[in-house]
Design a protein around this ligand. Structure first.
Ligand SMILES: [Zn+2]
Length: 85
């Protein structure tokens, strides 16, 4: 099952943020870390959030969530890979 409500944002400070557009949770891993570590964290985030219910009003805006968390975003791009792995 693809969890397309889970996104990765790139911030202007060079950080990355995992975003759940269903419950509004954001996780910013501390960098630098290895690519493996980053992937592990992104998978774990995906696992913990893949069952989040979509709000009745629809998915939240990932960019708006980043701004609310005080993160200036450059882009909200890719979806965290298939979280069911
Ligand atoms: Zn969530």
């Amino acid at each position: 099952m693809k969890s397309d409500h889970i996104r990765i944002g790139n911030t202007d400070t060079g950080e990355h943020a995992f975003i759940c557009t269903h419950c509004g949770d954001i996780y910013v891993p501390s960098l630098p870390c290895s690519v493996d570590m980053f992937l592990t964290m992104s998978r774990q985030f995906g696992k913990e959030h893949r069952k989040c219910a979509k709000p009745a009003s629809g998915a939240l805006d990932a960019v708006g969530l980043l701004y609310k968390a005080g993160l200036r975003q450059l882009s909200v791009s890719e979806i965290v890979g298939d979280a069911s792995r």
